[in-house]
Design a protein around this ligand. Structure first.
Ligand code: UDP
Ligand code: MG
Length: 309
């Protein structure tokens, strides 16, 4: 019998745990038909509400359900990683607890793996139900990162996917501290089938991603999968050296030929501001990479487990 593991990262999802379980179990006839066994791993990412309690309630009824509780909120990336480490399945799915990743799609995803794909991944076909400026920034982000990075980051890709064991092992072998899964999934390669579906609204509760959290995540993504900012910094530096060299020559020649004393400190102030601004910007870009390297070198664990059932 093959085993299918489903990983569900949860952060303050007490209202959704039960709904999710019920919805997931609608696949039971499908599992039986295919001779699949299943396990459900809820990863409680330091929730402050009754999420863990809800999961315990489900475990009391179904021994195939597991719980990993973190000692605090470590973020969805850490939760997904912990789930994958724990999953024993031949097939592993990652799904949100809020039912935005419909479990009813699992049979279709499984079908693609049977056809020989290694991963069946999902992407949203639209950005309905999302604030306009957020969509605008999201599109800009995907344009930018795909220009800067060799790893393709698919626009609208969700973390909802079904993978074969081999793919999960490959993902686990990337034990980096600064995890940007959208990039990691793509970086490991393998044959991926993209399945599109219309965006579903969250069942209960609110999204955990504020605009600034998303913005920071986008920056992490760029630093994790591109070194273009570093190259841009050095190219800008060289360009400025070249320009200033020409400017020095022009000034000297003008003085010698026309005896024209160069005047105008306002222009000078502007130039100083511009150049030092660009210097700070480049230094900042370098700083971003240094920060990530610093965190990476410390080799802190990605998460700390408080309880495991
Ligand atoms: N999540 C998590 N840790 C966090 C934030 C979110 O485990 O720090 C989980 C959350 O419980 C949900 C999934 O990640 O199951 C997606 O989060 P959310 O629905 O808030 O994001 P959105 O769908 O709005 O992008
Ligand atoms: Mg959601």
């Amino acid at each position: 019998m093959k085993l299918l593991s489903a990983i569900v990262p949860c952060y303050n999802e007490e209202e959704n745990v039960r709904c999710f379980y019920d919805e997931f179990m609608k696949n039971k006839p499908f599992f039986d038909r295919k001779g699949l066994d299943y396990e459900l791993i809820f990863v409680d990412d330091g929730s402050g509400d009754g999420t863990a309690q809800e999961v315990r309630g489900v475990i009391a009824e179904d021994s195939r359900v597991h719980l990993i509780s973190f000692s605090r909120n470590f973020g969805k990336e850490a939760a997904m990683y912990a789930g994958m480490q724990e999953a024993k399945g031949d097939y592993v799915a990652i799904m949100d607890a809020d039912l935005q990743d419909p479990p009813s799609l699992l049979p279709e995803l499984y079908g693609y793996l049977e056809q020989g794909y290694d991963t069946a991944a999902t992407r949203r076909s639209d950005r309905k139900g999302e604030p306009r400026i957020r969509s605008w920034f999201a599109r800009r982000f995907y344009r930018l990162i795909n220009r800067m990075s060799d790893t393709e980051i698919v626009d609208g890709a969700r973390d909802y996917r079904l993978m074969k064991r081999q793919v999960v092992d490959a993902i686990l072998s990337l034990a980096e501290y600064n995890r940007f899964s959208k990039g990691i999934f793509s970086w490991v390669g393998f044959r991926t089938k993209w399945v599109e579906y219309e965006n579903v609204e969250r069942q209960h509760g609110q999204t955990k991603w504020s605009f600034w959290k998303l913005f920071a995540y986008a920056m992490d993504g760029i630093v994790a999968f591109s070194t273009a900012p570093l190259k841009i910094a050095s190219v800008t530096g060289s360009l400025f050296c070249l320009v200033s060299f020409v400017m020095i020559l022009v000034t000297i020649i003008r003085k010698l030929v026309f005896g024209d004393p160069t005047s105008g400190w306002p222009s000078l102030v502007c130039i100083i501001f511009l150049v030092s601004g660009i210097q700070m910007l480049c230094l900042g870009a370098v700083g971003q990479y240094l920060e990530k390297t610093y965190l990476e070198v410390k080799k802190r664990p990605l998460y700390i487990v408080k309880e495991k059932i």
